[in-house]
Structure formats: structure tokens, C-alpha cells
Design a protein around this ligand. Sequence first.
Ligand code: ADP
Ligand code: MG
Length: 698
Amino acid sequence: MAQNLDALLRPRSIAVIGASNRLQSLGGAVTARLLNFGYQGRFFPVNPKQPEVQGHQAYKSVLEIPEAVDLAIVIVPRDFVIPTVKQCREKGIRAVSVITAGFREVGDEGRKLEEELLEALGDMRMIGPNCMGQVNTHPEFSMDATFSPVAALPGPIAFASQSGALGVAILNVCHERSIGFSQFVSMGNKADVTENDLIEYWADDDEAPVIALYLESFSDARKFREVAEKVSARKPIVMVKAGRTDAGAKAASSHTGALAGADTAVTALCRQAGVIRADTIEDLLDISMLLSRTPLPKGGRVAVQTNAGGPAILATDAIIGEGLEIATLADETKAKLREHLPAEAAVGNPVDMIASAGPKEYAACLGDLLADDGVDAVVTIMVQPPLFSPREILDAMQPVIAAATKPVLCVFMTEAAFHQEIKEVENPPAVFRLPEAAAKTLASALTYSKWREAGRGAPVAPKMEHDAIGAILEAKKAAGGGYLNAADTFRVLEGAGLPVVPWRVADDADAAVAAAAEIGYPVVLKADSAKVVHKSDLGGVVLGIGSDEELRAAITRVSEGLAGHGVAASDVAWLLQAFRPAGKEVIVGAHRDPQCGSMVMFGLGGKFVEVLHDVQFGLAPLAPGDAQTMIESIAGLKLLTGTRGEQGVDLDVARDAIERVAALMREHKSIAELDVNPLMLRPSGEASVLVDGRIRVE
Ligand code: ADP
Ligand code: MG
């Protein structure tokens, strides 16, 4: 159900508890900001010692206010916060925003207080504590209840920040770049209202076509995934998630009492839920700005127009570097461009209109490029024009940009003052200072656009023998857990529908010979022992055994070798497998992320895993397409699809294996971790098999 946070973000009346005449205090600063920003509702300062605050009659307590109050901003010393909130509740106030700090972020005592504060809330909703307040720039409210030294500009982005200080810094940058907000919330400790509540609330807000987030930790990662996936389908969510590195994660935990999640899980979560993950605050603003001002790109073919050569070369490099393409212009388009440009101009792509280009040339050529069916987006570059003002040129292009059904990205490499002017332009275009930023931003928008286009199907739920699998896992769990032996591992993997190579287990040489006869030579002998993790490291794998004699000899040799490593014969069982022709070895693994749930991993297997770490993660449940995306995202994909005339391998087997492992993890919670290494992939039409696996039960 959608959250109703109207009392917090669309209040008709506000009490500021702790309002003050001293502008140097937080209470004074918030009051001044609220008044100066032109709050449209009723305003009641509360201060026990002053009859008047900043020209308004003050009340000794909220209980004395003669009218109904929607929202109370609480800026009293920490020990008064809970009694104050109780009074708010008694008064029938609907929501509070607690700016006061000193709660969960300061340790155990603060954590306890925060719990008491939550209890005192009752039905009221709360932002904070330890926050910077909130903003709604809509003229019906004009509410800026923050102590930020800069006021937010009105605009289309709904923005929630976990860090108040960073929120202020962002508002500053936005001023310079003429980027505005519909609403802004500094979430503080997120004791009640979280990013998930805000996303749901903003999902239905037509004033905010884009949701931007700065997060240090998820309040509830599983819920975030669910909410974000739903909302991303109709409105973009752009996020900076801090705490990517271990050091970053520590900084995050000492900052707002948050524990940052493992980054791999976050990357997978974003990719699957359609959340656009920005690397930096600058990128966050660029992407939010672009998505709020232009249509989504339908493809990656980009046309570039420019009045100078150098920046166009940079743009070309960046466009290709981001995996986009330089569009091939139709002859018809080139002919039209010729008509609009002097003979010295170049009408290939990039279109170099040369330094003399003015309003007419920019507008006409932009129109020509947009009309070309082979163009999905246009980057228009303007270096400070010698003969015209940038504003004249922008004004001429504006109607063309406004009518466009494709994104136009303006790279204005002009004097800084011009960027400030852009906020005066009605429906401003997407503006960048450098071509690289435009290319990077467009690439993010395209990834999102494709995610949305593809849609999210129902979770993949391959058929498997759950009862048989469950029985093996239960028995192991009852015995205290740990690694399954080879036989049980393969039974579980077979039960899950994975292509396990034909196998048998045997206790001694005679039994091994009998087993080999059933499988058929050539066979592989492996020592199965709880004491041996990497079998080949200890000489525990013998490939290509062709006869009974060879097999007996191998058993003797391996036993002796293991004894030398201190592994007794009684701790070893013999695993026999059919020997199969070598393939491309891949790994499919799985583990549980404490915040996000079961995760599957795919990558190049065998030794490559340890050396290259070329792996990709996905979060269960997987939707159709997720496994394919994981496969296509590994750096070494070409090694699997075939290079230099070599035949590619059957990636459908890999996709199916990833999906089955994800489903197995999701259905059988007692599997703590699992890996299949290797799955030996062969070209399609030949049998790909899994020859080794480990499953830990907990
Ligand atoms: P470990 O990983 O414990 O060393 P594996 O069972 O993965 O042992 O075997 C090591 C390597 O031997 C595999 O990566 C693969 O190259 C090869 N291999 C193992 N089993 C077979 C088999 N049945 N057919 C062909 N090659 C195999
Ligand atoms: Mg192995």
C-alpha cells in the first residue's frame, strides 16, 4: 500500500518546537529558512521563554496552540525530545521531524532512547532523528524546513539523503548547475520513515518524475528490492550507495550507526531491480537531471553536432567507451545538413558546423539529426561561440528540443555564468559541462531504458525433486551440518536437475572396479574425503583411466600420496566418474548475503576463479533474463563464445544451471553455500557436464 506521508511533506500547518530568535542556533536557522522560503501554511513557533519568535507569536508548548497542527519540527535538547513528542501526540499532531541528534548514532544509550522515541510516536510518522529536515518546493506549500545554508531550487527531482551534511553539499552543487527538487528529505537515522516509504510515496507523485537517493545503508534491503523493482517499472530511481569498499563500509557504520551491506549484493540488486546506480554524486545529479528533462533513449546510436573539432573527438571516444555507437547518418540527412551549413563544415558524424555556427545552424541541424531514423540521441556541443551569445543559440534550439521524442544532451563548454542562467529557461534542456559526462549519463539512461523495455517476468522456478533434496539436507542438518559427501552432493545436484556426469562411489578397489564397469571406461578416479578440499592439489584426481589394472594402480598411488599428507585410508571413499572430453570450465556458486538473501555467482571456473575473480552475482529469485545478463557481464565472455575461429560453448546449459542453483538456494534454506566447479561446457549438441561440487549445510 502506498505510504501517506502528506503530514510530513505537504503540511498545512507547522509548529517549530525550539524556534528561536538566535539565528546562530538550529532552531533559529530552521525558523528563518521556513519564513524566508515563504511557507504557505500556518506557522507556530514554540519557545517557553520568548513571547515572540522572528515576528510571530510564540507558544510555551504545542498544547497551547489554538489550532490543529499537521507537522512539528523538533529541535529541543536531546533529553526533552521524548516528552516533547508525547505532547505532540497529545495535541493530535500527525507527524514530527526530529532534527535533534544523539540517538542511535552515538551508541547503546542512544539506541535505547531511539527505541523509546519510536514508542512515544504512536500513530504519528517521523523523519529522523538526527536529520536536517525536509523541503517541498511546490508553490502550494513552499516549505523549506531545514537548516541548510542554501535553499533548494524548485524542480522535478524527489531526493532523499541519509546524510544531512551531504544533502547540503548537494543542494549547493545543484544551485550552481540549476538543478531543482520537488521534495527533499534528510532521513537521518531513519527510525520510522525510511527510503522505502519515500520511494512508495513518491511513486505516485506526478511532480517528481525521478527519485534520487543517497544511501549509506538499507533499512531493509529485501523490501527495498521489492519496492524499487515495482517503482522502477514506471519511474527511474537513481542511487548513490556509499560504503562500497570495506573502509567505506566502516566509515558508514561509525557515521549514522549503519552497517553497510556487501557491495556485490547491492550491485546485483540494482541491476535486477532496475535501480540506476551512480558512482558519484556528480553522476547522480547528471542522471537525475537527464531523466527529468528528456525522453528515455530507445537505442545507443548517437549523433554529435559541434562548433569545434576537439570536443567532438572527446565526445566520440566517450560515446564508444561507454558502449554506445556513433550513428551512421542517412544520405538524406547529410543533404539536409549541407543545405544549412557552409561548405567548410563537415556533415559526417560528428557534424562539425565550425565556429561561425549560430542559432539558425544549431536549431536546423539539430532538427535534421533528430529526424534521422538511425539516430537515437543527439549530443549538441557548444564551445563559447565567437559571434553569438550562448543564450541566443539555446533559445533557438529550445523549441526543437522540447518537441523531440529523443534525448538531446547539451554540452555547453561556455563561461560558468551561462550555466547559472539556465534556471531562468522554461523547461530547461539537459545540460552538461563536458562531453564525457554526457556520454556516461546517456549510457546509464539507456541501460535503464532497456531494463524497462524488457520488463520483469515472473521468477524462474525450474522443476526439481524437492522432497528427495530436502531429505538429504535434513539428515545432514540433524547430524550437525557441514559439507555433504560426494554422493549426497551429486544426489542433491541431480535432484535439482543439473547435468551431473555419470558417477559411482566405492569403498575399496574391488568395488571401484565393479563401479567402473557400470560406468564404462575411460573413467576418472577421485578421492572423496572431508579432509580434502582441493582434490587435485593432493594428487586426488586421476583422469583418463582406461582399464581395471590402471584403476587399481591409481588407487594404490593415490592412497599412498594421501597417506603422505596425513589422510588415512579410512577417511577416503572412491568417487568414479565417466571421463569426458575437456570443455570450457565455469563455476556456478551460491551463498547467503545477510541483508539481501540468496545470491548466485557465475564466472570462469577452474583456476581462473582464483586468479581473475571474473565473476558476476545475481540475487534469487531470478527473473527470465537475469542469468543471461550475468553470463554476458563477465569480462571473459569471449572465451566462452569463441575467439579466433574456435567454436563457442552452449551457454544455455550455463543459464539453466544458474537458474537452478538460485532456485535450489531459495527453496532449501539449510544450504549455507554451494559451488559447482567446474561445469564443463561443450558446444551445443554435445553433452556439457558438471564434474565437481561442494555443498555446506547449516
Ligand atoms: P578439485 O577441484 O577438487 O581439484 P575436480 O573434481 O574439480 O577436483 O577436478 C579437477 C579438474 O579435473 C577439473 O577442473 C577438470 O578439468 C578435470 N576433471 C574432473 N573430472 C573430470 C571428468 N569426469 N572428466 C574430465 N575431466 C575431469
Ligand atoms: Mg573442482
